[in-house]
Design a protein around this ligand. Sequence first.
Ligand SMILES: Nc1nc2c(ncn2[C@@H]2O[C@H](COP(=O)(O)OP(=O)(O)OP(=O)(O)O)[C@@H](O)[C@H]2O)c(=O)[nH]1
Ligand SMILES: [Mg+2]
Length: 454
Amino acid sequence: MLSDPIVALATPPGRSALALIRLSGRGAFDVAARALHPFHPDPPRTVRRVHVVHPPTGAPVDDALAACFPGPRSYTGEDLVELSTHGGLLVPGAAVAALLAAGARPARPGEFTRRAVLNGKLDLLQAEATADLIDAGSSAQARRALHQLDRGLSTRLDGLRAELLELEALLAYEIDFPDEDEGPVAPERVVRAWQAVRDRIARLLDTAPEGERLREGALLVIAGRPNAGKSSLFNALLGAERAIVTEVPGTTRDAVEAHAVLEGFPFRLVDTAGLRQSDDRVERLGIEVSRKYLAAADLVLFCEDNRETGKGTRERDARGEFLAQVSAPVVVVHTKSDLETRSDRPTVPPSVAVSVVTGAGLADLRRKLAEVAFSRLLALGDVEPVVTRARHRDALQRAVAEVDAFQTARGSGVDAEAAATHLRAAVGALDDLIGVVTPDDVLDRVFASFCVGK
Ligand SMILES: Nc1nc2c(ncn2[C@@H]2O[C@H](COP(=O)(O)OP(=O)(O)OP(=O)(O)O)[C@@H](O)[C@H]2O)c(=O)[nH]1
Ligand SMILES: [Mg+2]
């Protein structure tokens, strides 16, 4: 395993009061001693003032603070130095250059956290949570990442792993006493234990769709007839005038996408071209794009002008036809509620009336959208673990498949020892997920999205 000294800026480059530099690896303290004066690694975890100089010229670089964390009690598990320098465009880079000249090499993206995983300071799920916490753009994402960093998900998996091993232990009796007709363990007990652990793994797997949606943002597509007020609503939800609004039907020709946080949850909002039969070539292309987005949507916001709603069977048919084509959940919204309405219109639940002029109904709409897109996460609260990546989903699917194969094998009279290999394989899938033994290519994939200094 590589443990040579690496260095990187852990804070973003640019104007700031301070910057933080990390230096880690075998010999990190020797490297530091060449560029920091005076350098005292003792006592550990004590901040001291140092002069940063560029070896070998000795040219002064900065007046800084240094703290030493001898391994294994450090973030990486190696000898580690944290250096707080002044910020700005020049000083942090010059301080990194000084440490490079003193014998360190530039860290690769995510290399500090990767070493923390390899040295057993963090499991793989915690490493992923570190990246998620840094990338979080909404409070729900941050809370979820913190929970995972706190071993919320890891603890649940430890529990499931223990249950699988207990189930295997029940079988051990049969393996040891194969000739007894009715072994010391009643078969129903094995079935009950199997059912319990299977359900628990399946329940965790059920959180995957919304968990992954939480990391990426729910794709919310705003659709409806031309002039229904889609772009106006898009801007209102975004809190910015991103899309062009005019009284001319057919204004929006292309899909406009933007990130928004609604009720603390992340969304990717898409405004689309109004749906209608059109002879205009450009508009037709826009409508084609709308349909593609609708097919990929997690959630559709269908806008109907309050005054048009239920006006005639043609509109109702158009809506029915539209709703039949969309497989994602649809929230029907009546727009322009500040304008005069017809009182005899039928409403199709769930429906919310909004006005971007008065702001009426917008808060309700935001809440409704968060509820529909993240109902399961809202019901689970922040304590229950959730899986958030395709990697997690794949591993849990493998575990469920093995647990099921175990039961099938039992049912078809396969001997206990052979059936138990499926339980072993299920434990292996959970181990992969936590990262007990992680092959390099898995680590490469996990750390590919990390930034330098993390
Ligand atoms: N009074 C009132 N007018 C609104 C409201 N929302 C939109 N409008 C008006 O309705 C017209 C159409 O609004 P847009 O947001 O451009 O409608 P659209 O659905 O994006 O239209 P296309 O892009 O052409 O499909 C504009 O003149 C808006 O000012 C509202 O809540 N109240
Ligand atoms: Mg528009």
